[in-house]
Write a protein that binds this ligand. Structure first.
Ligand SMILES: N[C@@H]1[C@@H](O)[C@H](O)[C@@H](COP(=O)(O)O)O[C@@H]1O
Length: 234
C-alpha cells in the first residue's frame, strides 16, 4: 500500500484529487464513491476542477435501509449535494434504501457492479476498521448485503441526525469482496479517532476483526492520512 501523509484535510483533498485525475487520464470510466465527512474535500476539488464526468459512471458504496433518496440524511442525498448536482455523471448508482426487499435490492446492486466494474474506489475508514458498512466479522468474500449497524457506528453517525434514535439500524453495503474487485483503491482517514484503525489496517494481521486489513491483499491501494490518523503507526 502506498501511504501519503498530509498536513490536513485540505491537503488530503488535493492529494486525493490528483489520484482521481490520474486514474481518469489513464482511462478510468467507473468511479466508486463514498460518503461520510472524509471525502468532502476531495469532492470539493473535483467540483472546482475542469474534469468532465459526463461520460463516466459512479457507483456508491452503501446506503441506509429505509431512507428514500430524497431524505436529507440518505447517502443518495449527500452525493447529490456534494457532487452530482454540480458534476453530473452519465449515470450514478447508489443502493436503493427505499427497497425493503433486501434480496432484490442487493442482487440488483451486484448486477450494477458487474455491469460497471469499478476502476477507482474511494473509501473512508470507520473507527472500528469498517469500510463501506462492512463491520468487523464480515466475510471477506461478501458481495452487496444488508448489514445490521454496530452500536459504535450508530453512535458515530448520530451526529448527522437530530436524535440517535433516528439513525437507521440497517444499511445495504457493497461487500469486502466487491470492494476488492476494484482495479485501484484510495482510502482516506483523518483525525486521532481513526489512528488505531489505521495502524490495524496497515500494520496488523489480515483479519475479519478489521475489515480494512483486507486491503493489504489488494495490489493497488493508495492511502492518504493526516498526522493524527498516522500517529499510531510504527
Ligand atoms: N458508511 C460510512 C463509511 O463509508 C465511512 O467511511 C465512515 C466514516 O465516516 P467519516 O468519514 O465521517 O469519518 O462512516 C460511515 O460509516
Amino acid at each position: 500500500m502506498n501511504v501519503q501523509i498530509v498536513s490536513d484535510k485540505q491537503a488530503g483533498g488535493q492529494a486525493g484529487f490528483k489520484i482521481f485525475q490520474q486514474a481518469i487520464s489513464q482511462g478510468a470510466k467507473v468511479l466508486g464513491l463514498a460518503t461520510g465527512s472524509t471525502p468532502v474535500t476531495i469532492y470539493d476539488q473535483l467540483v472546482a476542477s475542469d474534469l468532465d464526468f459526463s461520460q463516466l459512471t459512479s457507483v456508491n458504496l452503501d446506503e441506509y435501509v429505509g431512507l428514500a433518496a430524497d431524505h436529507p440524511q440518505s447517502y443518495h442525498y449527500f452525493m447529490q449535494h456534494h457532487l452530482f448536482d454540480r458534476k453530473p455523471f452519465a449515470q450514478s448508482y447508489v443502493p436503493d434504501g427505499s427497497n425493503l426487499d433486501a434480496t432484490a435490492a442487493t442482487q440488483q446492486y451486484d448486477q450494477i457492479i458487474a455491469d460497471h466494474p469499478i476502476d477507482l474506489q474511494l473509501l473512508g475508514l470507520g473507527q472500528n476498521g469498517h469500510i463501506g458498512f462492512n463491520e468487523p466479522g464480515t466475510d471477506p468474500k461478501s458481495t452487496t448485503h444488508k448489514v445490521a449497524l454496530t452500536d459504535s457506528t450508530i453512535a458515530a453517525n448520530a451526529r448527522f441526525f437530530d436524535d440517535a434514535d433516528e439513525v437507521p439500524r440497517y444499511a445495504y453495503s457493497m461487500g469486502i469482496g466487491s470492494i476488492l474487485q476494484a482495479k485501484e483503491i484510495l482510502i482516506v482517514a483523518y483525525g486521532e479517532a481513526k489512528a488505531a484503525a489505521v495502524a490495524a489496517m496497515l500494520q496488523g494481521p489480515v483479519t475479519p476483526d478489521v475489515p480494512a486489513s483486507y486491503l493489504q491483499t489488494h495490489p493497488n491501494v493508495q492511502v492518504i492520512l493526516d498526522d493524527a490518523a498516522a500517529s499510531q503507526l510504527d
